[in-house]
Design a binder for this molecule. Structure first.
Ligand code: ATP
Ligand code: MG
Length: 577
């Protein structure tokens, strides 16, 4: 490729060179810098047959030509000689202005709240990265005839009149293994007290979602280690499952437990914190580290004090980091905590950019910004390596209203939702999963045969229990069957309670479920249900290790094992005191 020649009368500074390279979208090796003192001042850029001459020498030549012309016109058109200097000044200004209409740079005409308006950058593209002044970066979001609206990505001060350059690039963030175990900001800079990140690869934060032919069916399970979810609202690799509920109902805890459960399972986890308190996220990082789960996790953090643009790009950064691993054939789990705050950040930006506001003052494209994000989660076809990204977006509702604008949007984009209820949480039912309102549209296909069989029965029992307990509140005398269902239902509900940070293994969940649906809890009092299950599992594993490894291998219970497990269960039930 032919090099671009830049001539100047003096050696350019490093900073000036950098600006030129950015502005011209070239790297240093594409440019030959030549010093030519005769040029007096300014620079000339020669790119093949195109020349942009902004040297003082050229200005003199132009001025000479202009003066000659004016003197000639003064003779022929009757311009007074005394007017010539003024005319000269005016025309000279035109010439210089035209020259400065070097379209890769513009001028900041307003800057406030992380949004800048730029005049004169008329060849920039939507989503292009802009350099403002020496070190501030911005993202072009609004292109109009008169100006460009851009969102600032750095906190460096930007003022009226600063020069803005189009870089010809889309934002990229570092990706790859070096990020594992790290906490980074949405631009990929380290936020933990460890050395700067030296990634060899980077990836655009915006990337089209895989098309239909690129996808495969969701068929492997991604277990959360939470019995209530794995049994009744199972999640598959490549699925998008929404976690929705009021504030303080244990939404984050479910996501964190799921991350902890991926220890030693070869699933890379990404936790994207959007507009959260820094202290809360540092606690999460500590929790993960203590449980040896940080080494397979990357935390992308934008705090509540970060400007809206950073909060807005954070999930896209997370998605780009996830895609890198997914296209390398790995399984990834990504948590967006939470998309309600993301929607608010985007609303702020849109209002500052003076875009028309729609329902609840959100802009018209709020659905699209969430769908384009969540569509990037996928199970890839074997031809593309078979990697997957499972997304767990989180949405916070107000007073349990799941029919508000943002919740309904995200519900319709995802493949199901885990609905957490404040009332259940307060009543001590934790995790506070409302089984009736929760659903997983694709995860069932990923369950093992045994789990599917057992959980279908349990789901029915719980539904039955809930229905009857409503009637029981009327206080009418109940028949024996109803009483039995109510008493046993209360035990099932107790059995699916689970403290934080204590994920169960798949085998353990299956053994628990077997005991639950086969009425092993019949003679156990409610307050001893958990104790019973834990002891029962230990007993089964100790008595029949071979059967356990067969269940783990096949995900099913053959006739011989079924008889064995039945016998072990009845033995244990009679021995349990
Ligand atoms: P926010 O709306 O503030 O983001 P959240 O819905 O994400 O809240 P969490 O932060 O996960 O909720 O949990 C709220 C509180 O409930 C925390 O103090 C957490 O320790 C506790 N908690 C969550 N899950 C359980 C559980 N299964 N058992 C006991 N306590 C729990
Ligand atoms: Mg939370």
């Amino acid at each position: 490729m032919q090099k671009v020649i830049i001539k100047s009368s003096v050696e350019l500074t490093r900073e000036q060179k950098l600006k030129l390279e950015t502005g011209l979208n070239k790297v240093a090796s594409d440019i030959d810098y030549i010093i030519d003192e005769e040029l007096i001042g300014g620079i000339a850029i020669i790119d093949g047959d195109k020349t942009l001459d902004a040297t003082a020498l050229q200005d003199l030549v132009d001025m000479k030509r202009l003066t000659d012309k004016l003197v000639y016109e003064s003779m022929s058109k009757g311009i007074a000689i005394k007017d010539i200097p003024n005319l000269l000044k005016e025309r000279a200004k035109d010439i210089i202005d035209n020259k400065l209409d070097f379209k890769i740079c513009g001028k900041v005409i307003s800057a406030a709240d992380g949004v800048v308006h730029i005049d004169g950058l008329n060849n920039c593209c939507y989503g292009e990265l802009l350099l403002i002044g020496n070190d501030a970066f911005a993202l072009a979001m609004n292109l109009t005839k008169d100006s460009i609206g851009a969102i600032l990505l750095s906190s460096s001060s930007v003022g009226y009149g600063d020069t803005a350059y189009a870089t010809g690039r889309i934002i990229e963030v570092p990706v790859g293994d070096t990020l594992l175990g790290r906490v980074v900001d949405p631009l990929g800079n380290a936020l933990d007290a460890r050395p700067a990140i030296r990634a060899t690869q980077s990836r655009r934060i915006e990337f089209p979602a895989p098309g239909i032919v690129d996808r495969a069916k969701v068929k492997q399970s991604l277990s959360t280690g939470i019995l209530a979810i794995d049994a009744m609202i199972p999640i598959g690799k490549g699925q998008r499952e929404l976690i929705i509920g009021d504030r303080q109902t244990g939404k984050t805890s479910i996501a964190i437990d799921t991350i902890i459960n991926q220890r030693d399972k070869d699933v890379i986890c990404i936790y994207v914190a959007i507009g959260q308190r820094a202290a809360a996220v540092s606690k999460i990082a500590r929790t993960l580290e203590e449980r040896d789960a940080l080494k397979h996790t990357i935390i992308v953090l934008s705090t509540a004090s970060d400007a809206a643009p950073l909060q807005y790009i954070a999930p896209y950064t997370g998605a780009a980091i996830a895609e890198h691993f997914m296209y390398a054939g790995k399984d990834v789990l990504i948590v967006y905590d939470d998309l309600s705050k993301h929607a608010v950040a985007y609303r702020t930006i849109s209002l500052l950019l003076k875009r028309p506001a729609g329902r609840e003052a959100y802009p018209g494209d709020i659905f699209y910004i969430h769908s384009k994000l969540l569509e990037r989660a996928a199970k890839l076809s074997p031809e593309l390596g078979g990697g997957s990204t499972t997304a767990l977006p989180i949405i916070e509702t107000q007073a349990g209203d799941i029919s508000a604008y943002i919740p309904t949007n995200v519900i319709s984009i995802t493949d199901g939702q885990i609905y957490l209820e404040g009332e259940l949480f307060k009543a001590g039912q934790r995790p506070a999963v409302n089984v009736g309102l929760s659903v997983s549209r694709v995860g069932g296909a990923a369950q093992t045969k045994l789990m599917r069989l057992l959980s279908a029965q349990m789901r029915l029992e719980i539904a039955h229990y809930r229905e009857l307990s409503v009637f029981a509140q009327f206080g009418s005398s109940l028949d024996d069957t109803t009483k039995e269902i109510l008493v046993y239902g209360a035990k099932i509900v107790e059995a699916i309670k689970q403290p934080e940070y204590s994920p169960l293994g798949e085998l353990q969940e299956e053994i628990y479920l077997y005991a639950i649906v086969n009425k092993a809890l019949k003679n156990v009092t409610v307050n001893r249900v958990r104790e019973f299950l834990e002891a029962y599992y230990k007993y089964v594993v100790a008595q029949a290790p071979e059967m356990c490894s067969e269940i783990e291998r096949d995900g099913a219970l053959n006739d011989v094992n079924e008889q064995l497990l039945k016998k072990l269960t009845s033995d244990f039930v009679s021995a349990f005191k």
